[in-house]
Design a protein around this ligand. Structure first.
Ligand SMILES: NC(=O)c1ccc[n+]([C@@H]2O[C@H](COP(=O)([O-])OP(=O)(O)OC[C@H]3O[C@@H](n4cnc5c(N)ncnc54)[C@H](OP(=O)(O)O)[C@@H]3O)[C@@H](O)[C@H]2O)c1
Length: 180
């Protein structure tokens, strides 16, 4: 309870639109019950989780009163957990779609970007969005922020989608991981 209340106080807000549990821990279900309480009080309008495995998701879905609105994970590594989200109707959201910037210079990404006359960032983000997966790229550069938003006016061909999907080599850009 303290973490969420502290966030509300620090943000100086009456409510937060979406609040996530960052990692599944040993007290995950207790933490979820606390978020459900704050959700019932209207202080958290939507609640969700991040970095949950299929097993964590199933455990939570079996005991929760309020199902998570969102699961946020590193999606360019394709994971079984997306199927679990589809099964339960949980929004599956991708972080680190640009590999923390590292995927921008990948030769395959550069080739696809050249083919469709887009930037590498745009094709990486479009790859996820074209599969119905929302993205949350981070940039401190105004031009890149605009660039990253221009991904709804083109479509990647099936061949380019396959090339980008084939990039999945299990590499994770966030180092602490335990995907099942
Ligand atoms: N739930 C979690 O556990 C979790 C974990 C990791 C991240 N996240 C969240 O996910 C969001 C994004 O993830 P992320 O920061 O890890 O990775 P990211 O969006 O894959 O990559 C961000 C990096 O890419 C660069 N970049 C952005 N747009 C670019 C472009 N068009 N061309 C070239 N370089 C570009 C940025 O540099 P510049 O700033 O210089 O543009 C930054 O160094 C953040 O909001 C973060 O908080 C959540």
């Amino acid at each position: 309870m303290e973490g969420a209340l502290c966030s509300l106080s620090q943000l100086d807000l009456g409510y937060i639109d979406l609040y996530l549990i960052h990692w599944p821990g040993t007290d995950g279900l207790d933490s979820w019950a606390t978020l459900e309480e704050l959700h019932a009080q209207g202080k958290l309008k939507a609640i969700g989780v991040s970095n949950y495995t299929p097993a964590h998701m199933r455990e939570l879905m079996q005991s929760c009163k309020v199902p998570p609105a969102v699961l946020q994970v590193e999606y360019h590594i394709q994971t079984e957990v997306r199927k679990v989200c589809e099964e339960y109707g949980v929004c599956f959201q991708a972080y680190s779609s640009l590999g923390k910037g590292n995927l921008i210079t990948d030769p395959v990404v550069l080739e696809v970007a050249k083919n469709c006359e887009r930037t590498p960032g745009q094709v990486l983000l479009r790859w996820a969005v074209q599969q119905g997966v929302p993205v949350i790229p981070k940039s401190s550069n105004p031009e890149r922020i605009k660039d990253n938003g221009r991904i709804f006016d083109f479509t990647l061909s099936d061949a380019d989608m396959d090339k980008l999907s084939a990039l999945d080599c299990g590499r994770k850009y966030l180092h602490i991981y335990f995907y099942a």
